[in-house]
Design a protein around this ligand. Structure first.
Ligand code: HEC
Length: 133
């Protein structure tokens, strides 16, 4: 009984410490290797990019800003990690599959967008790429 209670306390304390650590310094957000290697089936043509832009204006701009720089009106109120700057060197070096997976799964304040059809999520990837020129 006593060890059981101690155990619960220890687990609760560990969770608390983990929670505090996560709030201050999020570990790097990594997609699984197979997701990273995923090939983008949508050509980066003007049509797909225009679709992505429209989707981003509707769903993402409040946090990521009108040009994807991570400075949308809701960004200031969010605790770190802040909405990503899609034009940053970090996002530039990520594979299409990596970005697609992150859009699909979300993390913390970043919502998951799995409910959007695959085609729409790849259009968002193509739009993000078009901003990185
Ligand atoms: C409610 C605010 C919010 C909305 C809306 C939102 N995001 Fe995010 N996004 C975030 C935050 C916060 C992060 C950083 C998450 C982290 O690092 O843990 C993020 C991170 C990302 C990243 C990861 C960049 C990287 O590689 O580290 C991508 C890509 C992204 N968002 C795309 C989108 C797209 C596309 C949409 C719209 C379909 C969207 N986001 C909508 C808040 C938001």
């Amino acid at each position: 009984m006593r060890t059981g209670a101690k155990c619960v306390v220890a687990v609760a304390a560990a969770l608390f410490v983990a929670g505090a650590a996560m709030a201050s310094a999020q570990p790097e957000w990594k997609a699984p290797a197979d997701a990273k290697a995923m090939k983008n089936p949508s050509p980066k043509d003007p049509k797909s990019i225009a679709e992505g832009k429209k989707l981003a204006e509707t769903n993402c701009a409040t946090c990521h800003g009108p040009e994807g720089k991570g400075n949308g009106p809701a960004a200031a109120a969010l605790p770190p990690p802040k909405p990503a700057d899609w034009t940053s060197a970090k996002v530039k070096t990520e594979s299409d599959g990596d970005i697609f997976w992150k859009i699909s799964n979300g993390r913390g304040a970043m919502p998951p967008w799995k409910h959007l059809p695959d085609k729409d999520r790849w259009a968002l990837v193509n739009y993000i790429r078009s901003l990185q020129k």
